[in-house]
Design a protein around this ligand. Sequence first.
Ligand SMILES: *[C@@H]1O[C@H](CO)[C@@H](O)[C@H](O)[C@H]1NC(C)=O
Ligand SMILES: *[C@@H]1O[C@H](CO)[C@@H](O)[C@H](O)[C@H]1NC(C)=O
Ligand SMILES: *[C@@H]1O[C@H](CO)[C@@H](O)[C@H](O)[C@H]1NC(C)=O
Ligand SMILES: *[C@@H]1O[C@H](CO)[C@@H](O)[C@H](O)[C@H]1NC(C)=O
Ligand SMILES: *[C@@H]1O[C@H](CO)[C@@H](O)[C@H](O)[C@H]1NC(C)=O
Length: 283
Amino acid sequence: MSLRIIVILAVLTGVTGSPGVTIRPEAGPADVTAHPNSGAETLEDSEIYGQQDVPEEEKAEEDVMATGELNPSHYQAQRAAKVVQHYLNTHYGSPFRLFGLHKVNSGNAEDVADSGRKYQLDISVQEIISNTTVKCSAEVFFPSGDRQRSPEVRASCEDLLKANLTAQEEALFHKYNMNQSLLSAQNLPDSYGHIEPDNKPLWHLGIVASSSVMLNESTENTLYNMAQVANITQLATENEPLKFDCHVLLHEMVSQEIVHWKLLFTWSPPEGVRVLQMEPLPH
Ligand SMILES: *[C@@H]1O[C@H](CO)[C@@H](O)[C@H](O)[C@H]1NC(C)=O
Ligand SMILES: *[C@@H]1O[C@H](CO)[C@@H](O)[C@H](O)[C@H]1NC(C)=O
Ligand SMILES: *[C@@H]1O[C@H](CO)[C@@H](O)[C@H](O)[C@H]1NC(C)=O
Ligand SMILES: *[C@@H]1O[C@H](CO)[C@@H](O)[C@H](O)[C@H]1NC(C)=O
Ligand SMILES: *[C@@H]1O[C@H](CO)[C@@H](O)[C@H](O)[C@H]1NC(C)=O
């Protein structure tokens, strides 16, 4: 019997709203029949990811990819739509702007002759910090082949960047840049789901940087969510942009695995978050 990592979600132990997870080795694949999406809410700061439950009724062996019009609440449409969330955060995320998938309105999948599969989606996306919802139409292409390649995403959203965040971003940048000591923080959020208000921008930066990894690693058979910034450290820099080293925990909901990544990224208001290095860590 192989050792599997089982995530015991806090909700099962009655700690509502806590992102705390206990990871214990457990024998036997029989234990991994858990609802592939159970506890989506608990692993995440509900303020940040106030997303809906994905009603994934299907078991792994039923993961047969359909073509044509999709059931919007079906795992297939939901997984492809999640990739759009990671794409939007990667390209437009900021310490003051984070996107979450709100709802899939409709979806369609088609095989593209020998090269992969393409999804056409109409979705609603929530900008979590301002609590506004926008509609997007998106195309997600998952290339096929032996070598895993990242999905290609195109999205067009109405009023995506309505709020002008320049002043807030400049103020935060100035605050971080002027401080005598380099910033660092651990366990965002902690096992009680708590994040100090001063650390929230660092958590948000960690989410945006992690979105690049989640976008890059996604396939038709994955559903990635942010679990935790285990630690984040500001590195000394001469000028703009600021540079951060961080260790993040991502939750892959289909396999129920927590995966660890080490990221090096930069941030400045005009350039946004740019991931320079991403490295999966054994754990
Ligand atoms: C977000 O907005 C919706 C309606 O637009 C409202 O029902 C909900 O309570 C709001 N959530 C928060 C956290 O303010
Ligand atoms: C994205 O993932 C591919 C494999 O899917 C990998 O080869 C590539 O290096 C990754 N990109 C970055 C920036 O790490
Ligand atoms: C956003 O606000 C800044 C000042 O805070 C201003 O200089 C800039 O022109 C504004 N940008 C847009 C697109 O309105
Ligand atoms: C600035 O540095 C001090 C220590 O020198 C630290 O206590 C404080 O939290 C830092 N401020 C910010 C905004 O990070
Ligand atoms: C960051 O967190 C990871 C996972 O908890 C840990 O293994 C690593 O030692 C930490 N690094 C630092 C610099 O604290």
